[in-house]
Design a binder for this molecule. Structure first.
Ligand code: ASP
Length: 320
């Protein structure tokens, strides 16, 4: 028997999309995470129509500035998404989120959820809800349109009319409304007047680690400690040595260029790896990825940016 899908659920987590400032013209001096998700939905005309007949439901999972995103919120969000994705009446999930760490939450959810049949759509805003011309309402409308699109799947982000996949999406600008990009991969497509036009397929929607990870996440009080180190002119091994002494379990290096590391930092990283710390090399270049060479002493992040490589490594360590 086929069950008709009837609900799109919007989960609120805060961010600028829910922010307010004292002066309507002030797009930077605002406080994020002030307006409830129900109220945000109520301020968007045409949302029911964008949902294509599905009922829209709102739930507040968190109310934070996403610069403060942390593991307990990720845990609550992932578990709620997993429950909703299993509900036969749910067509898709939309998450309102801050822009600062949206790409990290997207990648985390990609790794832990089975989104083969239904999409999880993150959306956000660069201007607060109280702005003269807020971008949140249009982004929310577009995100709901994506969630209601037949065949949509995977974890994606929607902002400024662009659809990006979890693997490549990155915040690339601190101010402009169109703040996201996917580097040389480009966006998956666009939302135009409520219609989705894709130039790539929906993203792959099940990571091989997904079912293990969600179970581990439900039962984990503490997460493995993985830190990010930056290579730069004059870099030393001092921070690595201090972190190893402090019990770090994993280190991701935002290397220069094609995974290169200052010799002093490299020596400390190899020493850390030798005592059991997992070390992964990513690149601080905003586009492209580290290309491995035979004989590399430290493994590469397989195309993941430093912040996403950190999440993958944390989940790897959690699964062990
Ligand atoms: N600091 C805000 C946040 O990430 C920025 C934003 O949403 O645009 O929650």
């Amino acid at each position: 028997m086929q069950v008709s899908r009837q609900k799109i659920v919007v989960l609120g987590t805060g961010g600028t999309i829910a922010g307010t400032s004292a002066q309507p013209g002030d797009n930077i001096g605002y406080t994020a995470a002030q307006v409830g998700v129900e109220q945000l939905l109520g301020a968007v005309p045409g949302l029911e129509q964008a949902a294509g007949g599905a009922r829209l439901l709102a739930e507040q999972v968190a109310q934070i500035d996403s610069k403060d995103m942390d593991m307990p919120v990720w845990q609550a969000l992932a578990l709620r998404c997993a429950g909703l994705l299993q509900d036969p009446e749910v067509q898709g999930v939309v998450i309102t989120h801050g822009t600062d760490t949206l790409e990290e939450t997207a990648w985390f959810l990609h790794l832990v959820l089975d989104t083969r049949a239904k999409p999880v759509v993150l959306t956000c805003a660069m201007r607060p809800a109280s702005a003269l011309t807020p971008d949140g309402p249009q982004n929310l409308l577009d995100a709901v349109a994506v969630a209601a699109t037949p065949g949509a799947c995977g974890v994606v982000s929607v902002a400024a009319g662009e659809v990006h996949g979890a693997r490549h999406v990155q915040k690339v600008h601190p101010y402009r409304v169109n703040a996201f990009g996917s580097g040389d991969a480009g966006p998956l497509g666009w939302v135009e007047e409520g219609h989705v036009r894709l130039t790539q397929n929906w993203p792959p929607a099940l990571d091989e680690k997904a079912p293990i990870a969600i179970e581990k996440i439900a039962n984990s009080a503490a997460w493995p400690r993985v830190e990010i180190i930056l290579n730069h002119a004059g870099a030393s091994g001092a921070m690595v040595d201090a972190l190893v002494r402090d019990g770090v379990q994993g280190l991701v290096v935002a290397c220069t260029g094609n995974g290169t590391v200052h010799h002093a930092l490299e020596a400390a990283l190899i020493k850390a790896q030798d005592v059991g710390v997992r070390v992964v090399r990513s690149t601080r270049c905003p586009e492209g990825q580290v290309l491995p060479k035979p004989g590399d002493a430290l493994p590469d992040s397989q195309g993941l940016s430093p912040v996403k490589a950190r999440i993958t490594l944390m989940l790897d360590l959690l699964a062990q």
